[in-house]
Design a protein around this ligand. Structure first.
Ligand code: FEO
Length: 395
């Protein structure tokens, strides 16, 4: 079935129903690799798909035109889920040109070591296809150095590459039926932002400013993953809010435990948060995937990180989470460390060091107990949770 966005513009991507591990990110709803075909005097393919999905893309293209008639390919992004299918595509499609950003040319060459007919484009460069005109918008570090977007001017249709995407395999192609259908999509959009784009909030805010300066507005946004937005206002609004790093009155207690002592403290802390009327969540690091936890971190106002001390160090799962979190550069959050220990208690101070390195507001020196917390210590942990919520989670 042909999926037409606007006259002569088609979705020709692929659906990856089964993927659950996307370079470590738990893609619990699968994904899509969206590619788009513009049928005009110059027939143009925007992006390709992940290696292994080229036959699916070619079948969709072949329903519309002979792939050998494609004149141009536009590569908005080098990452392998969008350009991994280029070599196989180019065995059949012989484009006159492959348009990409200057950095895209360098990086595509580095990846594929091929002398393909690249043509560099920059922000504001226009390309006439016949009745349609494309304009390019470089978006370096959103989220790779090469990244760019492509605007189909006459239809105010933005091909946004990874931005505004969601890992979501579905028979739905458009957002007509949001917010309720397809189920869980809005959560996957947030999860994608948290895991891929959280570090780029300042750049995203600058991009919105640039879009305003260029006088651009969009009637439709077509990202490289997930749904195509016929009503882009809701997704633009969500991105502006996330990029601003606005924290809500939500506190997270994130921990791992060896013999349940740190777990007891974690439960006491979360009870304290609830006593104060805050939205509270408890996350055990070996039960809940870190990519799901950082989805909640995105708009949380308080993080309590707990670890036992193991071999004079942080428990491994806590260390892994802190490494991942540090790379995502969370902002506007209060934070504290807690934990239990037997004969040495380095975990809390090591967590504090990591929280400070992330430039989070460390609002307590750390709460730790030796071996098993007694009732009085659990009462103190609960009271601390309540105090932290009252002082740092104002709605
Ligand atoms: Fe969907 Fe950065 O690749």
């Amino acid at each position: 079935m042909k999926v037409e966005l606007v006259p002569g513009v088609y979705w020709v991507g692929a659906i990856d129903w089964g993927i659950r591990d996307f370079h470590g990110y738990l893609t619990d709803a699968g994904s899509t690799y969206n590619a788009y075909l513009i049928v005009d005097e110059k027939i143009t393919l925007i992006d390709t798909v992940k290696k292994g999905f080229v036959p699916e893309m070619m079948a969709r293209i072949s329903e519309i035109v002979d792939p050998e008639k494609i004149d141009y390919i536009i590569s908005n992004h080098v990452e392998m889920d969008h350009s991994g299918g280029l070599p196989e595509t180019l065995q059949r499609v012989k484009p006159q040109k492959i348009f990409c950003s200057p950095r895209g040319r360098i990086d595509l060459t580095r990846h594929f070591k091929e002398d393909w007919p690249f043509q560099e484009v920059k922000t504001g460069t226009e390309l006439s296809l016949g009745r349609y005109t494309l304009m390019f918008l470089e978006t370096p570090m959103l989220h790779w150095p090469d990244s760019m977007m492509t605007l189909l001017k006459e239809e105010q249709l933005l091909f946004s590459s990874d931005a505004f995407g969601a890992h979501y395999a579905s028979s739905e192609r458009f957002d007509d039926r949001l917010p309720d259908h397809p189920p869980g999509y809005a959560h996957q959009l947030k999860k994608y932002y948290a895991n891929i784009l959280m570090p780029m909030g300042t750049l995203i805010t600058q991009l919105f400013k640039k879009i305003g300066e260029l006088g651009l507005s969009f009637k439709m946004i077509a990202p490289d993953h997930g749904l195509i937005y016929k009503n882009p206002a809701w997704v633009l609004e969500a991105y502006q809010k996330w990029a601003a790093g606005i924290a809500t009155a939500k506190g997270l207690v994130i921990y791992d435990t060896m013999w349940h002592s740190t777990e007891k403290l974690a439960r006491a802390l979360v009870e304290g948060l609830m006593d104060a009327g805050a939205e509270a969540q408890l996350h055990h690091l070996r039960s809940i995937h870190y990519s799901d936890i950082v989805t909640e971190v995105l708009d949380a106002g308080l993080l309590c990180l707990g670890s036992p001390t193991l071999n004079n160090n942080i428990f491994p799962s806590v260390g892994e989470f802190l490494t991942y979190l540090k790379g995502l550069k969370p902002k506007n959050k209060a934070a504290m460390a807690f934990g239990s220990y037997g004969w040495s208690g380095q975990a809390v101070s090591l967590i504090n060091r990591e929280l400070e390195a992330m430039q989070l507001r460390v609002v307590h020196e750390g709460f730790q107990v030796r071996y098993i917390p007694d009732p009085e210590e659990l009462d103190r942990a609960r009271a601390l949770g309540e105090k932290l919520a009252r002082e740092h989670l104002r709605a």
